[in-house]
Ligand binder design. Sequence first.
Ligand code: FAD
Ligand code: SF4
Length: 224
Amino acid sequence: MPQIRNVGTIGGNICQWLFCWYFRSASFDCLRKGGQICYSVAGDSRYHAILGAGPSYIVHPSDTAPALVALDAQIRIANAAAERVIPLEKFFVLPQVDFKHENILKPGEIVTEIFVPYPKAGSKGFYHKVRERLAWDHAIVSVATVVQSSGGVARSARVVLGGVAPVPWRVPKAEEFLRGKKIDDATAQKAGEIALEGAKPLKDNVYKVGMAKSLIQRALVASV
Ligand SMILES: Cc1cc2nc3c(=O)[nH]c(=O)nc-3n(C[C@H](O)[C@H](O)[C@H](O)COP(=O)(O)OP(=O)(O)OC[C@H]3O[C@@H](n4cnc5c(N)ncnc54)[C@H](O)[C@@H]3O)c2cc1C
Ligand code: SF4
């Protein structure tokens, strides 16, 4: 997809429509489009959210958003009269807050800048993505990690999942667990289990739970 890569922007990538085939199809007047029901609950839910969802189970499909949140990026939002800078992770909105919007942009506002701070000494990041097609395709599950470590011991860690929630899904309990721990297969596996503790899969996407745990484990081991 060189054409998309050459004209796509980071602003457009983090603001892109979320993924749900009922939403993107003109045939389904679902909750998010002003209808009465979410078709993913009884319908085909293989790509839908397992974390932070309800009443809509739509997923955030961006690859750059989880990586930027893991890097603690800041975002500048402007309208004709004013601008504000906020942490990128506060840009995205869960359906339980507003199921008709994916971010906090108000009419007339655009994203004008994304600022990525210089990583702290000893930091290493990793991005891992599973996609269905052997072509450029949205993530079914992805994970971005940034670990600041010394001698294999984590001083701090940021772990953000993509493709599993309506927003880039940070897992603070797993990050806290990792602080001060030697990162090896066992601790990375435990962090994955902690990260998925609150998962509520629909009938067709239970597989995402194990997939996300596995990706977290691999990404953490690769981040030290
Ligand atoms: C075949 C295909 C495969 C794809 N695969 C992937 C993938 O693997 N991973 C991935 O992350 N994405 C993927 N995408 C999505 C694609 O990369 C994004 O849609 C693209 O990056 C959007 O960039 P753009 O600048 O063209 O935005 P546009 O398409 O122009 O805009 C997208 C949305 O964001 C809004 N917008 C754009 N810029 C701003 C701004 N500065 N401030 C506020 N709102 C803004 C627009 O109004 C629009 O609603 C794929 C798309 C296609 C068609
Ligand atoms: S997940 Fe959201 S967008 Fe998809 S059918 Fe349900 S309400 Fe509509």
